[in-house]
Every structure is written in C-alpha cells, then in structure tokens.
Design a protein around this ligand. Structure first.
Ligand SMILES: [Zn+2]
Ligand SMILES: [Zn+2]
Length: 256
C-alpha cells in the first residue's frame, strides 16, 4: 500500500509525503517542523518512517523547515550542491546528501528520479518517485512545461501538479507589475489553464489522480482551478490541496 498526502501546498509552504507500510520520504519542508509534525499526526503519518527529505529549490516556501526537521529527527536532507550553496546558512541542516539534477536516488524501496525544470531558482528540480509499482510526481514551481516535465508526468499514476494562478486574477490583482510578469514568465509558475493543457496533451492514460497544488492565495481561487480541470475530472480523480491543512491521504493499491 502506498500512501500520499500534501502536508502543505501553496505559495506560503510546501511539503509532500509519499510512503509505504515501512518507509516514507518527504519532498520539500516549506513549513515549520512543528506544523509538519502536527499535520502528519492528524493523518496518522509517522515521522519515524521518513528516511529522507528532498529539496526542490531554495525558495523559502520549500525549505523553511528543513534544518530543524532534519537536525532534530536525524533525517538526511537531499540537495543539489548549487541549491545548498544558495540556501541561507541558517537553513542548512547537518546531514546533507548531494545529488545532481538527472540522478535517480535509491532510498529503501523508493527510487527518486530528479530532473531539472524551468523556474527562477539557481538549480530547480522536480521529482518522480517510483515505489511498489506506482509512480508519483511532485511537479510544482514550473514556469513553462519542458520535455522533462512532460515525459515524467507521462509516467505518473498520481501527481501533485501546480495550478498556481488564474490569468485574469493575476493581471487584475494586487501584485506589482514586475511580480506579475515574474509569475507568468517561462521561469515562474503554471496557471490553471497551462496545467490543464499539460494534462490534456498527455499521451499516457496511466494518470488517475491529480492534486491541484501550489495554489496562489492572491491570484487564484480553488473553484477556478477546479473549473479548468472540469473536463479532465470526468476521467481523472481531481483533488484540491490546502495551505491550511493536510489533504486526505490517498491510498494506492494494486488491483490484481
Ligand atoms: Zn513555491
Ligand atoms: Zn519557487
């Protein structure tokens, strides 16, 4: 049995759980250790199972909690060297393992495939995790989908997929012009429509579950994101994530 859950998702903090009966990994630790533990407990997820935390990039909403979490629980933190060097010294844990974008890293039965993507960070990566025959993608903070993103998404059974902003809300919203430009740029974030298009253009029919992730507080509404995925929802299980609470724990089981 594989269990996945967004412990936190949004522009103010990201943390994604992928586990089986024995072990688990986290992707990003963008909220405090205290909140990660609180929320995992709410969902009966055990921090002692977590064998590694993988960091996607140096933005605070992805690594705010990593040092304390890693140091206090003695969980190795996986960074690319460039991301590690760009991180504030106060965010750097003691137990660090370096990898390069493109590496596949084995953690127990988990194979964590890393790949680079378009985003305005020094060395941004995303991950596809293979475990017990399932493939789970964590695809957030993507300006423009590249070949890497498409080909890894094609292999996924379930994905945490960025659906960051609604175009109209962004352009009419409170952000200063340079920030609006940044969000919408090829190195910013995926809009609801871009994310939906990405899924519609997939050649694979494997994808069964989508968590709409990294939803902006200022430039989006969950209803708008869901609306963009309405048609997709006829064939794929589309679920929301939240900045305030963990999602449901999705259980993936083989039906053989
Ligand atoms: Zn982010
Ligand atoms: Zn980012």
């Amino acid at each position: 049995m594989v269990r996945i859950c967004a412990i936190a998702s949004g522009s103010n903090g990201n943390c994604y759980y992928i586990g089986n009966n024995e072990e688990a990994i986290l992707i990003d630790a963008g909220i405090s250790r205290r909140k990660i533990l609180q929320r995992m407990k709410m969902k009966n997820l055990d921090i002692r199972k977590v064998k590694a935390v993988f960091i996607t990039h140096e933005h605070a909403d992805h690594m705010r909690g990593i040092r304390v979490l890693s140091d206090l629980h003695s969980i190795p933190a996986y960074f690319t060297p460039k991301t590690y060097n760009r991180a504030r010294p106060t965010d750097r844990p003691e137990k660090v393992v370096h990898f390069e974008a493109g590496d596949s890293i084995q953690i127990g039965e988990f194979t964590v495939h890393s790949f680079s993507k378009n985003h305005d960070a020094v060395d941004p990566v995303s991950f596809r995790v293979s475990i017990n025959g399932f493939n789970i993608g964590v695809l957030t903070d993507i300006g423009e989908p590249c070949e890497n993103v498409t080909s890894h998404l094609n292999k996924c059974d379930a994905v945490f997929l960025e659906s960051n902003y609604d175009e109209d809300l962004l352009w009419s919203g409170p952000y200063p012009q340079h920030l609006k430009n940044r969000v919408a740029s090829a190195n910013g974030h995926l809009s609801n429509n871009q994310a939906a298009e990405l899924v519609k253009n997939l050649k694979s029919s494997k994808l069964k579950h989508i968590f709409l992730s990294h939803i902006s507080a200022e430039n989006n509404k969950l209803d708008f994101a869901l609306e963009s995925f309405k048609e997709i929802g006829n064939t794929i299980n589309v679920m929301p994530t939240s900045r305030f609470e963990p999602t449901l724990v999705l259980e993936l089981t083989t039906t053989r």
